[in-house]
Ligand binder design. Structure first.
Ligand code: AMP
Length: 278
Protein backbone atom coordinates (compact mmCIF):
# COMPACT_ATOMS: atom_id res chain seq x y z
CA UNK A 1 0.00 0.00 0.00
CA UNK A 2 1.47 3.34 -1.04
CA UNK A 3 0.88 6.49 0.99
CA UNK A 4 0.78 9.82 -0.84
CA UNK A 5 0.88 13.20 0.81
CA UNK A 6 1.26 15.31 -2.34
CA UNK A 7 -1.55 15.62 -4.88
CA UNK A 8 0.83 15.84 -7.85
CA UNK A 9 2.53 12.54 -6.92
CA UNK A 10 -0.79 10.75 -6.63
CA UNK A 11 -2.08 12.13 -9.94
CA UNK A 12 1.18 11.12 -11.70
CA UNK A 13 0.85 7.58 -10.40
CA UNK A 14 -2.85 7.44 -11.28
CA UNK A 15 -2.15 8.58 -14.86
CA UNK A 16 0.47 5.84 -15.29
CA UNK A 17 -2.11 3.26 -14.24
CA UNK A 18 -4.72 4.89 -16.48
CA UNK A 19 -2.34 4.55 -19.43
CA UNK A 20 -2.28 0.82 -18.74
CA UNK A 21 -6.09 0.81 -18.94
CA UNK A 22 -6.56 0.14 -15.22
CA UNK A 23 -9.71 1.29 -13.41
CA UNK A 24 -9.65 3.04 -10.04
CA UNK A 25 -12.22 2.89 -7.24
CA UNK A 26 -12.08 5.85 -4.87
CA UNK A 27 -13.34 6.09 -1.28
CA UNK A 28 -13.12 9.57 0.29
CA UNK A 29 -13.10 9.57 4.11
CA UNK A 30 -12.32 11.80 7.05
CA UNK A 31 -10.47 8.98 8.83
CA UNK A 32 -11.28 7.46 12.24
CA UNK A 33 -12.15 4.44 10.13
CA UNK A 34 -14.62 1.71 11.07
CA UNK A 35 -16.23 -1.28 9.34
CA UNK A 36 -18.60 1.03 7.44
CA UNK A 37 -15.65 2.62 5.65
CA UNK A 38 -14.08 -0.79 5.09
CA UNK A 39 -17.29 -2.05 3.45
CA UNK A 40 -16.81 0.71 0.86
CA UNK A 41 -13.17 -0.33 0.34
CA UNK A 42 -14.28 -3.96 -0.12
CA UNK A 43 -16.89 -2.94 -2.70
CA UNK A 44 -14.28 -0.84 -4.53
CA UNK A 45 -11.83 -3.75 -4.50
CA UNK A 46 -14.42 -6.13 -5.92
CA UNK A 47 -15.01 -4.02 -9.02
CA UNK A 48 -11.87 -1.93 -9.63
CA UNK A 49 -8.30 -2.75 -10.60
CA UNK A 50 -7.03 -0.68 -7.70
CA UNK A 51 -8.43 1.24 -4.77
CA UNK A 52 -7.59 4.74 -3.57
CA UNK A 53 -8.74 5.95 -0.14
CA UNK A 54 -8.33 9.53 1.04
CA UNK A 55 -8.13 10.56 4.67
CA UNK A 56 -8.73 14.27 5.06
CA UNK A 57 -10.72 16.14 7.69
CA UNK A 58 -12.04 18.88 5.44
CA UNK A 59 -12.25 22.19 7.31
CA UNK A 60 -14.55 23.84 4.76
CA UNK A 61 -17.46 21.48 5.48
CA UNK A 62 -17.52 22.16 9.23
CA UNK A 63 -19.90 25.00 10.02
CA UNK A 64 -19.08 24.46 13.71
CA UNK A 65 -15.39 25.01 14.63
CA UNK A 66 -15.75 23.04 17.87
CA UNK A 67 -16.99 20.01 15.93
CA UNK A 68 -13.90 20.28 13.68
CA UNK A 69 -11.55 20.56 16.68
CA UNK A 70 -13.12 17.48 18.30
CA UNK A 71 -13.18 15.31 15.17
CA UNK A 72 -11.33 12.06 16.05
CA UNK A 73 -7.97 11.40 14.40
CA UNK A 74 -6.59 7.81 14.45
CA UNK A 75 -4.24 7.78 11.45
CA UNK A 76 -1.97 4.94 12.52
CA UNK A 77 -4.89 2.58 13.17
CA UNK A 78 -6.59 3.73 9.94
CA UNK A 79 -3.54 2.79 7.89
CA UNK A 80 -3.39 -0.66 9.49
CA UNK A 81 -7.07 -1.23 8.68
CA UNK A 82 -6.62 -0.08 5.08
CA UNK A 83 -3.56 -2.28 4.57
CA UNK A 84 -5.49 -5.27 5.94
CA UNK A 85 -8.41 -4.49 3.61
CA UNK A 86 -6.09 -4.56 0.60
CA UNK A 87 -6.24 -0.85 -0.24
CA UNK A 88 -3.62 0.08 -2.86
CA UNK A 89 -3.14 3.84 -2.38
CA UNK A 90 -3.90 6.18 0.52
CA UNK A 91 -3.97 9.92 0.09
CA UNK A 92 -3.30 11.87 3.30
CA UNK A 93 -3.02 15.49 2.18
CA UNK A 94 -2.47 18.68 4.18
CA UNK A 95 -5.06 21.46 4.00
CA UNK A 96 -2.67 23.43 1.73
CA UNK A 97 -2.44 20.48 -0.66
CA UNK A 98 -6.22 20.48 -1.14
CA UNK A 99 -6.68 24.24 -1.02
CA UNK A 100 -3.43 25.73 -2.33
CA UNK A 101 -2.79 29.47 -2.21
CA UNK A 102 -5.03 31.11 -4.80
CA UNK A 103 -7.69 28.36 -4.69
CA UNK A 104 -11.02 29.95 -5.53
CA UNK A 105 -13.98 27.96 -4.24
CA UNK A 106 -16.59 27.67 -6.99
CA UNK A 107 -20.26 28.08 -6.07
CA UNK A 108 -22.17 24.85 -6.71
CA UNK A 109 -25.81 25.29 -7.72
CA UNK A 110 -27.28 22.64 -5.44
CA UNK A 111 -30.80 24.09 -5.40
CA UNK A 112 -33.23 22.74 -2.82
CA UNK A 113 -30.79 20.06 -1.62
CA UNK A 114 -28.91 22.80 0.16
CA UNK A 115 -31.99 24.07 1.99
CA UNK A 116 -33.54 20.81 3.15
CA UNK A 117 -32.68 18.81 6.31
CA UNK A 118 -28.88 18.93 6.84
CA UNK A 119 -28.72 21.95 4.53
CA UNK A 120 -30.95 23.94 6.88
CA UNK A 121 -29.02 22.94 10.02
CA UNK A 122 -25.50 23.18 8.59
CA UNK A 123 -25.22 26.30 6.43
CA UNK A 124 -22.37 26.04 3.92
CA UNK A 125 -21.75 22.36 4.74
CA UNK A 126 -22.64 20.97 1.32
CA UNK A 127 -20.67 23.67 -0.52
CA UNK A 128 -17.66 22.49 1.54
CA UNK A 129 -18.40 18.84 0.72
CA UNK A 130 -18.54 19.70 -2.99
CA UNK A 131 -15.29 21.67 -2.79
CA UNK A 132 -13.37 18.80 -1.28
CA UNK A 133 -14.91 16.02 -3.38
CA UNK A 134 -14.39 18.06 -6.58
CA UNK A 135 -10.70 18.57 -5.69
CA UNK A 136 -10.28 14.91 -4.73
CA UNK A 137 -11.91 13.71 -7.97
CA UNK A 138 -9.58 15.97 -10.00
CA UNK A 139 -6.58 14.56 -8.14
CA UNK A 140 -7.56 10.86 -8.12
CA UNK A 141 -9.54 10.65 -11.39
CA UNK A 142 -11.44 7.54 -10.35
CA UNK A 143 -13.60 5.34 -12.53
CA UNK A 144 -15.99 4.75 -9.61
CA UNK A 145 -16.67 6.73 -6.44
CA UNK A 146 -17.99 4.80 -3.42
CA UNK A 147 -20.14 6.50 -0.79
CA UNK A 148 -22.41 5.38 2.05
CA UNK A 149 -26.19 5.67 2.25
CA UNK A 150 -25.60 6.66 5.89
CA UNK A 151 -25.06 10.17 4.47
CA UNK A 152 -28.00 10.01 2.06
CA UNK A 153 -28.28 13.73 1.40
CA UNK A 154 -24.52 13.91 0.81
CA UNK A 155 -24.87 11.16 -1.84
CA UNK A 156 -27.54 13.25 -3.59
CA UNK A 157 -25.35 16.34 -3.42
CA UNK A 158 -22.45 14.43 -4.99
CA UNK A 159 -24.72 13.06 -7.72
CA UNK A 160 -25.59 16.71 -8.45
CA UNK A 161 -21.88 17.69 -8.35
CA UNK A 162 -21.14 15.07 -11.01
CA UNK A 163 -23.97 16.43 -13.18
CA UNK A 164 -22.84 20.05 -12.69
CA UNK A 165 -19.19 19.36 -13.50
CA UNK A 166 -19.69 16.70 -16.18
CA UNK A 167 -17.12 14.50 -14.38
CA UNK A 168 -17.58 10.98 -15.78
CA UNK A 169 -16.94 9.06 -12.52
CA UNK A 170 -19.75 6.63 -11.62
CA UNK A 171 -21.23 7.07 -8.14
CA UNK A 172 -21.91 3.83 -6.24
CA UNK A 173 -24.00 4.12 -3.05
CA UNK A 174 -23.63 1.34 -0.48
CA UNK A 175 -25.86 0.35 2.45
CA UNK A 176 -25.22 1.52 6.00
CA UNK A 177 -23.13 -0.79 8.20
CA UNK A 178 -24.64 -1.12 11.66
CA UNK A 179 -23.57 -2.44 15.04
CA UNK A 180 -25.45 -5.56 16.20
CA UNK A 181 -27.69 -3.16 18.15
CA UNK A 182 -28.71 -1.36 14.95
CA UNK A 183 -26.63 1.75 15.71
CA UNK A 184 -25.16 3.06 12.44
CA UNK A 185 -21.37 2.93 12.56
CA UNK A 186 -19.91 6.42 12.65
CA UNK A 187 -16.60 8.01 13.55
CA UNK A 188 -18.58 10.24 15.90
CA UNK A 189 -19.71 7.21 17.96
CA UNK A 190 -16.20 7.22 19.48
CA UNK A 191 -17.21 10.34 21.37
CA UNK A 192 -20.26 8.69 22.98
CA UNK A 193 -20.02 7.44 26.57
CA UNK A 194 -21.00 3.80 27.19
CA UNK A 195 -24.41 4.89 28.47
CA UNK A 196 -24.96 7.21 25.47
CA UNK A 197 -24.01 4.40 23.08
CA UNK A 198 -26.78 2.25 24.57
CA UNK A 199 -29.25 5.15 24.26
CA UNK A 200 -28.15 5.78 20.67
CA UNK A 201 -29.65 2.43 19.57
CA UNK A 202 -33.04 4.09 19.82
CA UNK A 203 -32.34 6.10 16.66
CA UNK A 204 -32.54 3.03 14.42
CA UNK A 205 -35.56 1.65 16.30
CA UNK A 206 -37.45 4.92 15.83
CA UNK A 207 -36.47 5.13 12.16
CA UNK A 208 -37.58 1.53 11.51
CA UNK A 209 -40.85 1.93 13.45
CA UNK A 210 -41.65 5.21 11.67
CA UNK A 211 -41.05 3.70 8.22
CA UNK A 212 -43.20 0.69 9.07
CA UNK A 213 -46.06 2.86 10.37
CA UNK A 214 -45.81 5.09 7.30
CA UNK A 215 -46.08 2.03 5.00
CA UNK A 216 -49.16 1.00 6.97
CA UNK A 217 -50.75 4.34 6.08
CA UNK A 218 -50.00 6.41 9.19
CA UNK A 219 -50.33 10.18 9.15
CA UNK A 220 -46.97 11.78 8.27
CA UNK A 221 -47.10 14.76 10.66
CA UNK A 222 -48.19 12.58 13.55
CA UNK A 223 -45.53 9.93 12.88
CA UNK A 224 -42.79 12.57 12.67
CA UNK A 225 -43.95 14.19 15.91
CA UNK A 226 -44.27 10.83 17.72
CA UNK A 227 -40.81 9.68 16.59
CA UNK A 228 -39.17 12.97 17.59
CA UNK A 229 -41.04 12.80 20.92
CA UNK A 230 -39.69 9.31 21.65
CA UNK A 231 -36.15 10.55 21.03
CA UNK A 232 -36.62 13.69 23.13
CA UNK A 233 -38.03 11.63 26.00
CA UNK A 234 -34.85 9.52 25.87
CA UNK A 235 -32.63 12.60 26.17
CA UNK A 236 -31.89 13.43 22.52
CA UNK A 237 -31.98 16.97 21.15
CA UNK A 238 -33.73 16.42 17.83
CA UNK A 239 -32.92 18.63 14.84
CA UNK A 240 -35.32 16.77 12.55
CA UNK A 241 -37.06 13.46 12.01
CA UNK A 242 -38.55 13.53 8.51
CA UNK A 243 -40.38 11.19 6.19
CA UNK A 244 -39.34 12.14 2.65
CA UNK A 245 -39.13 10.99 -0.95
CA UNK A 246 -35.99 8.83 -1.07
CA UNK A 247 -34.82 10.41 -4.36
CA UNK A 248 -35.50 14.12 -3.80
CA UNK A 249 -35.85 14.40 0.00
CA UNK A 250 -38.97 16.52 -0.61
CA UNK A 251 -42.38 15.46 0.79
CA UNK A 252 -43.06 11.79 0.03
CA UNK A 253 -44.96 10.93 -3.13
CA UNK A 254 -47.29 7.93 -3.43
CA UNK A 255 -45.69 5.25 -5.60
CA UNK A 256 -42.11 6.49 -4.94
CA UNK A 257 -39.79 5.00 -2.34
CA UNK A 258 -39.86 6.82 0.98
CA UNK A 259 -37.01 7.42 3.42
CA UNK A 260 -37.01 8.41 7.06
CA UNK A 261 -34.11 10.63 8.06
CA UNK A 262 -33.02 11.81 11.47
CA UNK A 263 -30.47 14.15 13.00
CA UNK A 264 -30.30 14.23 16.78
CA UNK A 265 -27.68 14.96 19.41
CA UNK A 266 -26.81 13.10 22.59
CA UNK A 267 -24.86 15.56 24.70
CA UNK A 268 -22.45 17.26 22.30
CA UNK A 269 -22.43 14.40 19.75
CA UNK A 270 -24.72 14.97 16.76
CA UNK A 271 -25.72 11.76 14.95
CA UNK A 272 -27.49 11.27 11.63
CA UNK A 273 -29.09 8.15 10.20
CA UNK A 274 -31.79 7.10 7.73
CA UNK A 275 -33.70 4.11 6.40
CA UNK A 276 -35.16 3.66 2.94
CA UNK A 277 -38.21 1.63 1.91
CA UNK A 278 -37.13 -1.73 0.48
P1 AMP B 1 -16.78 10.01 6.69
O1 AMP B 1 -15.41 9.53 7.03
O2 AMP B 1 -17.73 10.00 7.85
O3 AMP B 1 -16.77 11.30 5.91
O4 AMP B 1 -17.39 8.92 5.71
C1 AMP B 1 -16.72 8.52 4.54
C2 AMP B 1 -17.65 7.67 3.72
O5 AMP B 1 -18.01 6.52 4.46
C3 AMP B 1 -18.96 8.39 3.34
O6 AMP B 1 -19.32 8.04 2.01
C4 AMP B 1 -19.93 7.83 4.35
O7 AMP B 1 -21.27 7.85 3.90
C5 AMP B 1 -19.43 6.40 4.48
N1 AMP B 1 -19.87 5.82 5.73
C6 AMP B 1 -19.83 6.38 6.97
N2 AMP B 1 -20.41 5.57 7.88
C7 AMP B 1 -20.84 4.47 7.21
C8 AMP B 1 -21.53 3.26 7.57
N3 AMP B 1 -21.89 3.04 8.83
N4 AMP B 1 -21.81 2.37 6.60
C9 AMP B 1 -21.45 2.60 5.31
N5 AMP B 1 -20.80 3.70 4.89
C10 AMP B 1 -20.51 4.62 5.82
Amino acid sequence: MRIFRRAADLTDHRLKLDNQGLSAGFVPTMGALHEGHISLVNAAKASSDFVIVSIFVNPTQFNNKEDLAKYPVTLEKDLIMLEAAGCDMVFVPSVEEIYPAGYQAPHYALGRLEQLLEGAYRPGHFQGVCQVVHRLLDITQPTHLYMGQKDLQQCMVIRRLLELTGIQTQLVILPTKREATGLAMSSRNMRLSEAERVHAQLLYQVLSDTLLQYKLGGDIDRLEADGAGRLQDAGFTVDYLKIADAETLEAPVAGHKAAVLVAAALGSVRLIDNVIEA
